[in-house]
Ligand binder design. Sequence first.
Ligand SMILES: O=P(O)(O)OC[C@H]1O[C@H](O[C@H]2O[C@H](CO)[C@@H](O)[C@H](O)[C@H]2O)[C@H](O)[C@@H](O)[C@@H]1O
Length: 420
Amino acid sequence: MKSSRRDQKVPGGLVGIPYSSQSIYATWRACGLLHPPSLHFPFLLSLSIYLCSLNLSSSVEDSPSPAPSQRCFQGIVIMVKENIRWLYQAIGLEKWLSKSQIIEPISGSIQEIEPTDSILSGPNTEDENYISWLVEHPCALTSFHQMMIPAKGKQIVVFLDYDGTLSPIVNDPNRAFMSDPMRSAVHEVARHFPTAIISGRSRDKVYEFVKLDDVYYAGSHGMDIMGPPLLEKSYDDKYQINAQDEKGKEFTIFQPAQEYLPSIGKMLEELKTRTRDIPGALVEDNMFCISVHYRHVLKEDYEALEQIVWSVLSDHSCFHMTRGKKVMEIRPSIKWNKGDALEYLLDTLGFADSSNVLPFYLGDDKTDEDAFKVLKGRGQGYPIVVSSIPRETSASYSLRDSSEVLSFLVRLARWGETSA
Ligand SMILES: O=P(O)(O)OC[C@H]1O[C@H](O[C@H]2O[C@H](CO)[C@@H](O)[C@H](O)[C@H]2O)[C@H](O)[C@@H](O)[C@@H]1O
């Protein structure tokens, strides 16, 4: 699929001009104008009115946002809150304040992992906790220019999660389609930088959704990688196959959980049979993992479903369960996750020990945290969490939802175009 850049619709309107009240707030903060804030009140007020008037004249195709006057008002409210926060900090009450900023845990019991999906629960941008959280995990759109300063002369490599990142979370896992603008944006990014999609789904299923040949794919939480062709066998040979697609393009497939396939087949059949009578339960075959979805299961049936999963697991000691968004995921207990897949791809792309690489990883789920940690450990690149609510994360930056992911990818592709 070759689309001309000129034909593309570019979301985001005026690049670099912040649109939302948080962006205005972040801009003030970045300019060091908040402490002591009261001194700057008249200046900040006029700055926010100016930014909003700029916004009026832009042709924004972004996600719906509040009216300029409302944004201006929100900006003032945030600033007043920040004044109060600053005062509390100044008189030593910051500990009390941080306790009141509840960060929702992203692992643990079923209650803790209830709705985290922007499309179903709606963005939470007005929320005070979210705004405080943004201070620690700044918006990657607002911070774009600053983030790209160290990128000059470095090789950018882009890693993308699928569900909740490239496509919004939807009710039916089989209908989590990717929009055409998103496909074009990923395609454009891949024209400039090596790009890989790392998903919990089966590799084939992700390819079916994405349909791009110029990106690498890792399915089953990284346990099924289609990466660059390898001449040398640097990773365990027995898990590695060199292959070609119909167009003659060469690649290497790496599947470190191959010997678990027979057991996964048995578990899949057993789970399908035993959950048949639980309305709404859905068992998804992800090749090297199994997803048991409970988004449509009645509360009173959930326990029975979980019991079935535990019971099936108890017969297969080499597997364990992790949790995602209204889904229980059964995975082989090998030390291999999305973080390992990221390292594998960086290595096989030739950046094993390179200090000249700048990887970006965008993801929304708990499993993406493994990849965020790898980037943190390497001290390289940008882990970016996609979340519309505050949460514990190892990511340094954030994007609110897949529409912001789209805007970010478009900007990144544009940056690639101009810096080339
Ligand atoms: O690693 P990912 O690409 O983020 O995949 C994680 C799981 O995503 C899918 O489930 C989630 O998205 C569905 C569609 O939006 C939603 O209905 C479901 O509730 C979510 O859990 C996928 O179906 C799973 O197999 C993946 O493991």
